[in-house]
Design a protein around this ligand. Sequence first.
Ligand SMILES: [Fe+2]
Length: 309
Amino acid sequence: MKFVSVDAWPSEARVDYRPELEAGNVLFFPTTPFVFSEESQSFLRGLDFAGGAIHKNIAYRPASDRVTGTEANDSQAERLRGIMRDYSRVVVAFASRLLPEYAAHWKLDYASFRPLEEEGRDLPLNKRNDLIHTDAFPSRPTNGDLILRIFTNVHPSKTRNWVVTDPFLVLAEKYARAAGLDEIAAASASAGGKLWNQSARLLKTMGLPVVPRSGYDRFMLRFHEYLKRNTDFQEHCAKYRFNFPPGSTWLTFTDVVPHSVLSGQHALEQTFIIAHRSLATPENAPISVLERLCGKLLVERNRQQQRVA
Ligand SMILES: [Fe+2]
């Protein structure tokens, strides 16, 4: 894998960065390629978490223009919402220029602010960021689409320090079976599995808090945890380290690129769900890799078409 540095943006000639990203590389902008004011950055860095009105995980939902992770209902909360909205908008505008083929079909997910120092956090294993993992969202199944995340380091002096390893394609060949791919594929192809999924979708349309998950999404959640629990993998896998400097921006498919964050504080992030059909090399996508490995469909094809419609 590579860290691909983009030193001149916008560039004269259009470059299609999709193959680089889909192969499991990280696209790195030493200078953040959009405007996000120093005033907004210092407001975020100065947020006061004492008292519990503002939580340590701040998420902005662009579709509803809402911030979660704050119970404050005052001018500070309103300003926070405005800043997260601005960040989300400038990132989306930048990404639309950088990756127009994705923009034509993507689904805008949440933006977040990560205010805490990552080093030394006391978290349960499944939430630890310092263990190498691929991302999967328990509450938002992708049905085979990909998770693209754009990060910005807004700390005034500290780097954000990542370790990544070989892409999903390599890890899946080694570990997908041990992580339970064949059992999950068989269960989701069974009559009982299909019936459960249909029922879950029906319950969801009735407003019940049920998350209908394809076999693909069940596997990706399992794989996230499998990698974190596999101490041999954590110790011995190939490691590529990169320290993202203050003021830099980077993007990668976090379900294709296994990653961990060792240290760093004050990062912003915007997530996009990228439609499988807009990929330049769909054969590299985790869904394609896994279906080749197990010889079964992990997402019902009619669901996949609805998903990207
Ligand atoms: Fe992650």
